[in-house]
Design a protein around this ligand. Sequence first.
Ligand SMILES: *Cc1c(COP(=O)(O)O)cnc(C)c1O
Length: 398
Amino acid sequence: MQDATRIVVNPPVRADGFDSLSVPTYRGSTIVFADAEGYATRGERGHAGFTYGLYGTPTTRALEQKISALEHGAWTFLLPSGQGANAFAMLPFLAPGDRILLADTAYPPVRDFANRDLARFGVAVGYYDPVVPADLERQIDGRTRMVWCESPGSTTMEVQDLPRIAEIAHRHGALVGCDNTWATPLCYKPIDHGADLVTEALTKYFNGHSDLLMGSITVARDDLIAPIRGALGRYGIGVSPDDATLVLRGMETMGLRMQHAARVAQALIGRFQGHEAVDRVLYPALPSSPDHALWKRDFLGASGVFSVVFRPEANAHVEPALNVLETFAIGASWGGTRSLVAPMPVRRNRTARPWTGDDLILRISIGVEAPDDLGADIGRFLDEIAARLGADRARRSA
Ligand SMILES: *Cc1c(COP(=O)(O)O)cnc(C)c1O
């Protein structure tokens, strides 16, 4: 063998005996076959076999299997983002003339995807009140192929009665999909409550370090595997094994991170409640939440993401007051180690159940910093709003 060849061909080093606790990163586009027969029959390897890098490597399989076990599902697909997972949980199952009904509290880019792309493909798009199953019952018809849920809802945190929604959907022959990003399967298992498809933004708590994007679709049954696998292959969608390795590492601490975040969130929520600037806190784990009983019935725990609704007179001061924060960062993609705040508009994203309050909600994600530093930040922030409210009052009475 000449050097020009030797530098190309890798020696067959065996991994026997190297029983590491971490999952190796297998990179590869093409895979090679022992003989021509193996190559000719590669299509018979099925969705679990290896045929091409796009369809997975041993590294991505490890992540898929871990997620399937957590979700109580039959199989999991990995996609380049949580939004990609939502889109491809819908696309393979819808055709012109079909209808999809989405919870009015769905992640806003999902609404955008449905309103623009699904509508362009001839799919009728409708929205139902996420907390009134009778509204779904009223709207669903024989054309409805999918009912989309997100529980709790993006930003406004409404918990859905998934068993009832699934009963209605299945009675009409529709599939039920559920975006489970807020809870992760550690705190909620939608398949156990009737969902056929569950999506996760692995970008958030699973990876947990704000340094990559990934999403997953877990199916409840084997018959849902082929449509998604086929679509992902035709659209050319797969993920990097290096990113999968990072998610595999990040998710090992997801339980600790989420428990910590939920505990600190509850403590900090106490500082908002009762403050003169605050109307209410949206967080289903609060006994005062309108959805608390449903959350308690179906969920196994809470994450560290909650939202704050301010009193109308305080709203104009919220965004300027964010500038006094020292530990919290301002940003949208929650679930990482760093605590985040993000002012969110709501009204433009509601059609079935209009949002009647002011169009500002502050969404807060708790990370893993020292709780005292976070508490001091919240204190500074609320003091700043209170000072501005005081100045308003002084101006009015002058
Ligand atoms: C962030 C988020 C997504 C999208 O995840 P990306 O990986 O950022 O695309 C989907 N659903 C919910 C509920 C989210 O919060």
